[in-house]
Write a protein that binds this ligand. Structure first.
Ligand code: ADP
Ligand code: MG
Length: 269
């Protein structure tokens, strides 16, 4: 956790009137088996902001995340990170470039401890391969020491110290989410994509999560957030509403909630 200065500078810049765009989705389209699930989806995520994506189940939010994070290649359109076209980049390349995501279902290794789970967050930054690890070369040992140091720092920062030796599978949903969030933050991503991080959490756990999202953003992290929880979505500076694969409204949460089309289409009013 040694790069808050860079993030703080980014945030200061973001607070000025025109924050530069960090992530841009440009005319994204996708289909599964002939069914269009995303049509002409374009929006920006400015540096240092929290941008939300809402919409009913099946509206294409996760597909959008899969395209941005590199798990899916769009049928049309482009994704750019800091003005660089990353549409053809792999998940790992995007992750190294500072774009990291979490999943709708928390992806923790249940049979590993919290600390071991956090160690996997540094894996992409290690240089020694499996063979070096088996042979315990000096480089592999140095990588392991760095992974452990990063994991211990993340444990401390996210208040997971007393849980570090517990199996992740034994933790309640809220703590698993924090483990997943802490792991995603190792390596100081420029932008974090959180897909339904509040799913399965009780209201107290959602408040804790909300606190972490706010704190990370105050430290300069740019965040793209999908959630059904409108209380959680109040952390967003801007929200885009996806409905059957199309953006039908954009603005502050209270603005889109008041939008007649959104109320009819999404909120069922
Ligand atoms: P959301 O996250 O907003 O609930 P998704 O992006 O998961 O929506 O799904 C959008 C649409 O795409 C849905 O109709 C869903 O059934 C369909 N879909 C998602 N993934 C696949 C897939 N791998 N194969 C076929 N259809 C899919
Ligand atoms: Mg989804």
């Amino acid at each position: 956790m040694n790069a808050p200065q860079r993030h703080f500078e980014a945030n200061t810049q973001a607070q000025q009137a025109a924050a530069p765009t960090l992530l841009r989705l440009d005319s994204i389209a996708h289909s599964f088996g002939g069914l269009d699930v995303l049509r002409n989806v374009s929006f920006n995520v400015p540096v240092g902001r929290i941008v939300g994506l809402i919409g009913p189940n099946g509206s294409g939010k996760t597909t959008c995340f899969n395209i941005v994070s590199g798990f899916l290649r769009p049928k049309a359109g482009r994704v750019a990170l800091a003005s660089r076209d990353i549409t053809a980049d792999t998940v790992q390349e995007r992750s190294r470039a500072g774009l990291v995501r979490t999943f709708q279902t928390p992806q923790v290794f249940e049979h590993m401890t919290v600390l071991e789970n956090l160690m996997t967050g540094s894996y992409k930054d290690t240089h020694s391969g499996v063979v070096q690890a088996m042979l315990r070369t000096p480089r592999a040992r140095a990588d392991l020491a760095q992974m452990r140091a990063n994991a211990e720092a993340a444990c401390e920062k996210f208040g997971l110290g007393r849980l570090r030796d517990k199996l992740a599978g034994s933790l309640p949903a809220g703590q698993r989410r924090i483990v997943e969030l802490a792991r995603a933050c190792i390596g100081h991503p420029e932008i974090l994509l959180l897909d339904e991080p509040s799913s399965g959490l009780n209201s107290e756990e959602i408040e804790t999560l909300r606190g972490w999202i706010t704190r990370l953003n105050q430290e300069g992290m740019t965040i793209l957030l999908v959630s059904h929880d409108m209380g959680l979505m109040t952390v967003c500076d801007t929200v885009h509403v996806l409905y059957y694969g199309e953006i039908i409204a954009s603005g502050a949460l209270h603005e889109v909630q008041a939008d007649a089309r959104v109320r009819e289409a999404y909120l069922g009013v």
